[in-house]
Design a protein around this ligand. Sequence first.
Ligand code: MG
Length: 202
Amino acid sequence: MKIICIGRNYAEHAKEMNAPVPSEPVFFLKPDTALIKDNQPFYYPDFSKDIHHEVELILKISKAGKNIQPEFAHKYYNEIGIGIDFTARDLQAKCKEKGLPWEKAKAFDGSAPVGNFISKEELKNGEINFHLNLNGTEVQRGNTKDLLFSFDFVIAYVSKFFTLKTGDLIFTGTPEGVGPVKIGDRLEAFIENKSCLNFEIK
Ligand code: MG
């Protein structure tokens, strides 16, 4: 399986990163070794001193497809989850400065904790609220009404370049409020008011 992550899909997050709002989706990949499941802890890596949380809704692809048309994209996912796109912000800044690829900063082991998935039908049509608590205090909140590129548009766009396969995950971008984590912190992520992910930084 592969993990596809959309960057800068919320205008307020692009703004806080001093990055332009993109005119088409920006995306990158993480390998399966980035996955953390079942609320297992995240171990702070020794190559970074500035790991940031980015809470994101995740689409789980339910059937294979390529060149999917936007009007059919909803048929390619049945479940929505939530996860963290952990980012080594210090390494990312260096990569950006030199115009180098981001993988070191984005795709390292454990950089993609993923929580429980909820069936699409369980969520109200249209807007989905989600948020992240750091040690019990809310630090990020998003709503899909603020997406620059909708779920269906993202699936259509990505599938032009990569065949999507059952079980692939698409991280759909983070809202504003990204920030650092440290050893001993606890992150808990919610879809609507349902806790779907809850783990510790070790
Ligand atoms: Mg992200």
